[in-house]
Design a protein around this ligand. Structure first.
Ligand SMILES: Cc1cc2nc3c(=O)[nH]c(=O)nc-3n(C[C@H](O)[C@H](O)[C@H](O)COP(=O)(O)OP(=O)(O)OC[C@H]3O[C@@H](n4cnc5c(N)ncnc54)[C@H](O)[C@@H]3O)c2cc1C
Length: 501
């Protein structure tokens, strides 16, 4: 049975709506979906007596909330579940060697992560607790901490990548071997859990529109309050990591501040400001009219579930359009959950053009990376990425089209560069959006090529976005900035690397 099917079957075993949880462990079935009832009758009793873990005999009862992509106190089913289980909780973050080894810890996301952890620790301290930090293999470290405090249960968010699936399985087996349980919470990372909705006889939706119809009709779980107090038992903790301690290299200068507090400030400003005009303005490159919540969603500083609830309450065309974008996020997550290899392999290839040899195009790829293609709107977007670790969605679409459709360079080359820089760099959203643009994903128009010039005229009609990011062209007024090759001016700006069309 696929992971999603299994999850779907057990969806709602506890918690209902989109917030199911699966507990497994002690009895040793080794697979998920045993349901909390069965697991509670398991070997955990051994710990109640043996290690003084559980409250039944009057001893201390402890559980572990393992934070991963849910670095928040509000609306966090993992923390909520751990606190429901036991009066004392270890809020644990493991600086995971596996993430670093896979090349996913890069300076921009490391800087953001360091902010998130500091903010989470401060929020826990306000509530009488603190964040416990460990370093090393996430499974070994979690088991070590659970054993040190005599925890019967570890709580974890369900997540979709192949790495997350392996982590969950390894943790389940290792904890069960030690007589402990793992409870996995759906609806923590996404609003609607992957697999909760699927077409008849299939494990995921490959097309967005029918997915959205079902997604929109789902009743979401209620938003959970942040706990008032968190009691943490005595346990050794490493120091809070700093950005340089998480990844070497210099972060981009214009990164946003990470953490749940910063996410709440951004959310409030977004709701008071651009949200109402989002339906009309979200494609305006210079307008800064999108939420910029993507890094906070990626690290779980705010939950997608809460954002959907709040937007629906807010109402209006802007909020509806915003909810639809959040559904795109869930859509890509359910594809990756069902097809983890889509992170690296074509989901399906319907392109008419073959890929070109990247070595032969090394100069063009470097120009693309550095924002020196000679197409101002492409270069502006690439320079925004380098400076802010973030790029406007319209920019992402057109630079990805330029690389994969105009230069015919494989999408993996562009996706890797994005993952190296994006502070919201996310395996599901990044790889599957790249595939969508490249014509190997779910796009219904696989051979569509975005023309940089017409895109620029449409989405940067006055040229403000280009002038903001390409200082060599800052003196050119109006939309003429989009075609510098037509100007009779001595500009320190490259000629187009391909013939403009
Ligand atoms: C080639 C390419 C690569 C991308 N890589 C990533 C990535 O690594 N991480 C990432 O979070 N998004 C990625 N996106 C999707 C999208 O560009 C960003 O989510 C969006 O620009 C973030 O800005 P925002 O928070 O202001 O978005 P808003 O417009 O305010 O949208 C709200 C939220 O909806 C979600 N969302 C919006 N558009 C999309 C979309 N097309 N697909 C999935 N979710 C979406 C995001 O979580 C976003 O924060 C990529 C898109 C493309 C075309």
């Amino acid at each position: 049975m696929s992971r999603d099917r299994e999850r779907a079957q057990h969806e709602g075993t506890k918690g209902g709506g989109t917030g199911g949880e699966r507990t497994s462990g002690a009895k040793g079935s080794g697979t998920g979906g045993t349901g909390s009832k069965e697991a509670k009758g398991g070997k955990s009793a051994k710990h109640e007596g043996g290690k003084g873990a559980n409250g039944a005999n009057g001893a201390r009862a402890v559980s572990v909330a393992l934070f991963t992509a849910d670095l928040r106190l509000r609306d966090n089913p993992v923390l909520h579940g751990a606190l429901r289980d036991a009066p004392e909780v270890v809020p644990l973050f493991v600086v995971d060697d596996g993430v670093r080894a896979a090349g996913f810890r890069v300076p921009n996301r490391a800087a953001f992560l360091a902010d998130c952890l500091a903010d989470l620790d401060a929020a826990l301290r306000e509530r009488g607790g603190r964040l416990v930090v460990a370093r090393g293999d996430v499974v070994a470290e979690t088991c070590r901490v659970a054993a040190a405090v005599g925890a019967a249960t570890v709580h974890l968010a369900a997540d979709v990548s192949g790495y997350a699936a392996r982590r969950e399985e390894r943790l389940r087996v290792a904890l069960a071997a030690d007589g402990r349980r793992l409870t996995v919470h759906d609806g923590t990372v996404t609003a609607v859990p992957p697999g909760a909705i699927a077409p008849q006889g299939k494990d995921h939706f490959a097309v967005f529109s029918p997915y959205f119809r079902r997604w929109d009709a789902m009743s979401l779980r209620d938003v959970l309050r942040a706990p008032r107090t968190v009691r943490v038992p005595e346990v050794r903790s490493a120091r809070l990591p700093t950005a340089p301690g998480l990844a070497s290299g210099t972060p981009s200068p214009g990164l946003p501040e990470g953490g749940e507090s910063a996410a709440r400030r951004r959310l409030r400003a977004w709701e008071r400001g651009p949200l109402d005009a989002y339906a009309d303005r979200h494609d305006d490159l210079a307008g800064d009219a999108t939420s910029r919540l993507s890094p906070y969603l990626h690290f779980g500083c705010v939950s997608a579930n809460e954002l959907v609830h709040r937007a629906r309450r807010h109402g209006g065309a802007g909020a509806d359009a915003f909810v639809r974008q959040l559904a795109w996020r869930d859509f890509h997550h359910q594809v990756l959950a069902a097809r983890p290899d889509a992170a690296h392999r074509d989901y399906r290839d319907r392109r008419s053009e073959p890929w070109r040899n990247t070595d032969a195009l090394a100069g063009a790829v470097t120009a693309w990376r550095e924002g020196r293609t000679g197409f101002p709107v492409v270069d502006a977007a690439m320079r925004q990425l380098a400076h802010e670790g973030w790029m406007h969605n319209r920019g992402r679409l057109l630079v990805a089209s330029f690389l994969t459709k105009t230069l015919n360079v494989h999408w993996r080359v562009g996706a890797r560069h994005f993952l190296d820089l994006l502070v919201d760099g996310d395996l599901a959203n990044n790889q599957l959006n790249w595939q969508w643009v490249a014509g190997t994903g779910n796009d219904t128009r696989p051979n569509r090529v975005l023309n940089p010039l017409s895109q620029a005229r449409r989405f940067d009609p006055r040229g403000d976005y280009v002038r903001r990011w390409v200082p060599e062209l800052a003196g050119i007024e109006g939309r003429a900035v989009h075609r510098p090759w037509r100007l009779d001016a001595d500009l320190d700006y490259p000629d187009p690397i391909v013939e403009p069309w």
